[in-house]
Design a protein around this ligand. Sequence first.
Ligand code: ZN
Length: 686
Amino acid sequence: MKPILTTIAMSVMMFGMGGCAGDEGADGAEKEFQWTIDRFDDIRVMRYRVPGFEELPLDQKMLIYYLSEAALSGRDILFDQNFRYNLPVRRTLEGIYRSWEGPREGAEWQAFETYLKKVWFANGMHHHYSGDKFVPGFTEEYFDTLLAATPVEALPVDFADGSREGLVAAIKSVIFDPALYPVRANQAEGADLLTTSAMNYYEGVTQAEAEKFYAAMAAANASDQTPISYGLNSKLVKSNGRLREIVWKEDGMYGSAIKQIVFWLEKAAEVATDPQKTVITDLVNYYRSGDLRDFDTYNVAWVRDTVSHVDFVNGFIENYGDPLGFKSSWEANVNFKDIEATRRTETISDNAQWFEDNSPVDPRYKKPVVKGVSAKVITAAIIGGDCFPATPIGINLPNADWIRRDHGSKSVTIQNITDAYDKAAEGNGFQEEFVLRKEDRERLKLWGSLGGNLHTDLHECLGHGSGQLAAGVTGAELRQYGSAVEEARADLFALYYLADPKMVEIGLIPSLDVAWAEYASYMMNGLQTQMSRIAPGKNVEESHMRNRQAVAQWCYERGREENVIEKVVEGGKTYIVVNDFERLRGLIGELLREVQRIKSTGDFEAGRDFIEGYGVKVDPAMHAEVLERYTALNLAPYGGFVNPRYELVRNANTGEVTDVKVSYDESYVEQLLRYSRDYSFLPSKN
Ligand code: ZN
């Protein structure tokens, strides 16, 4: 589970650094580092730095290098999972882009290039966040001209009958007809969520059939206290009237990419030491067998390893891309511990039981004993798959409920990424535009960054791990509202405790001003600014966004009589102002109690009413206003990153590896073209 961007603070606000990177600029190096490197459509592409990498011992640098290669090797899997046309379309666009000798300027070329950049960013033809299919800004005629000039060897004709004409026939209408496959993962209530979604996790299967299939599987193992994650690593297809799973494993679907991942993992195992060596070997075993029991074995070993300095995620992990929540997309992250900043999360962890005991939640739904909350702040070394280029800023894994119950979970906050967001947002004018009161702006400047980081820490370390289900409840009852409700639960837990005097007492914040900075920014985001991410006429689809709007809107409406949160209009512009922070905390506690009840009792109707009633519909007038104000400032609602580049340094005579060099000079286009060249391990048709 992960917050993609917990607060708008992470994406667009300008904040002080909270002491994280204080000593910069003495040698001028900081000034030269370019944080934002590309800007197109609603996207800003940034770089992040990997402070501390150079100082790592050689074996850890090599471990990171090998794990990084494994992290890049599965990229094509995600493209195919998102939509079966993604690989042929991406490769067609790249073939054109590499070989076109005509003018690389003018509106149509620019539109073509932007479309390619968007496909790279979204790992496919649908927006990475909203899931809506991209509309090309160039004409079919222009596309024909480009295609006709591209040598057939540069095109993925393996998708069709081997000819250019066959390829064109197969993909052109998919690119240009907006009615075809309009949304990646449909969540509209009442529709068949599978047959109306473009995602490639099911084929020829209706929602009812898939639900029945997995319900039967769960029922057959109802007494299993340690159930596997049914359906997690396979595509469900119907052939000859029968449903069957095609498993993603080394000798199964996506095998040629998985083989590469395994190759690099085995290299990594050679330089790793136990317990991590065993963790990596367990993961290799699972990639070979495709057996979800092996996945659990790996997860248990992984979650128990809290000692390794370098850590990683690599596999089919998060199920946000499947409207039914069974199938997981492929993702990767390699990181190492930020020892200094980890003191912060260790303090939170050390007090986990106190937080659980003192929450406003019904005692029946509290954990009597909070187990194994391991929390750390990390420095990302590489991001891949569904974590690239848009990346989460915090991760809490594994997802299996029983592993969390019996073995706990690992929770991380990725600080070098949030630092990069903050750095890149400096001076963009967002605060001046959207924050009305000077006192709020000043509080945000002083404490926004710390408030945002602590929110993420609390959300991940405590929020997701808190609470317990009532007897007989499996956690799957909330169906398509499960993710949004779960994110709301973690956010509410974080918001509630951020403003607890305990936070001051244990030295995490100097005063509650840190909490009020986060409250102001969270409410503004949920009620207003996150709408910048939604196309006109659309509603809120993504789970984290639904959660944030639901929480903010509920608090707004509930506190209306007392004017707790106010929509102030000045000079034709609307501002979200929190008038009573203490009272707002009371409302947050009230809602936390209710959302935990919904989760613990599996109350589908209440979960649906909360999300549909508060989190889905946008106010069209406010929406239009936000879009206009964003456009005027040229602000990008979404951000993502290019990776650093790692290279082995060898002794010229012996060939022995003597160092691993990290560099930060690739452009977005250079990096994505290189990835497509060096890490394309799948055929266009899978
Ligand atoms: Zn979360």
